[in-house]
Design a protein around this ligand. Structure first.
Ligand SMILES: CC(C)(COP(=O)(O)OP(=O)(O)OC[C@H]1O[C@@H](n2cnc3c(N)ncnc32)[C@H](O)[C@@H]1OP(=O)(O)O)[C@@H](O)C(=O)NCCC(=O)NCCS
Length: 139
């Protein structure tokens, strides 16, 4: 998927956080250890560093949301992460992002800490972020 398409999907997702532009996607995609799982209407991005990985973004176009697409992308990127050798996946999510938190809980991520006033919404307002983590099973 091109960086331009990612930027468009991110914008179309109506995320309540800052939307990345195509240049940012191009830069992240060319970074070491970055994995992508892409679908026509959504994608997941993660970065692997040795035995650990971080989920960077999970995005679905607004018109395709609530059809299981993000869940599917996350499951597929977990498999790629395991194949690349990592065994632990961590993410940060704004406390107000109930849809994302629902997906992470469903896929067995556990809350490990809270970062106070850590993430900014699209209007620049700070809010608490949950740090969630999952031990990835051997495939
Ligand atoms: C978060 C996001 C990726 C989810 O995409 P999606 O393709 O709609 O996700 P899925 O269809 O796989 O799953 C949605 C789940 O949220 C649930 N849900 C929907 N609205 C909800 C709400 N207001 N509160 C709680 N759960 C909600 C659905 O019931 C579903 O759960 P279920 O499978 O247990 O029934 C999408 O909303 C998005 O792109 N948001 C903007 C970007 C973002 O915030 N990404 C996450 C942080 S990077």
């Amino acid at each position: 998927m091109t960086p331009e398409k990612m930027a468009k999907l991110h914008s179309n997702s109506e995320a309540n956080h800052r939307i990345w532009d195509a240049h940012e996607f191009a830069e992240i995609l060319s970074s070491n250890g970055v994995l992508a799982e892409c679908h026509e209407h959504g994608f997941a991005l993660a970065r692997v560093i040795e035995s650990e990985a971080e989920l960077l973004l999970l995005v679905t176009d607004k018109i395709k949301q609530n059809n299981g697409l993000a869940t599917n992308c996350l499951l597929k990127i977990e498999k790629k992460i395991v194949e690349s050798g990592a065994r632990k996946l961590t993410l940060e999510v704004s406390e107000s992002n109930k849809t994302a938190i629902q997906i992470y809980k469903k896929l067995n991520f556990k809350k490990i800490s809270v970062r106070k006033s850590y993430s900014r919404d699209k209007n620049g307002k700070f809010e608490d972020a949950l740090v969630m983590q999952k031990d990835l099973l051997l495939i």
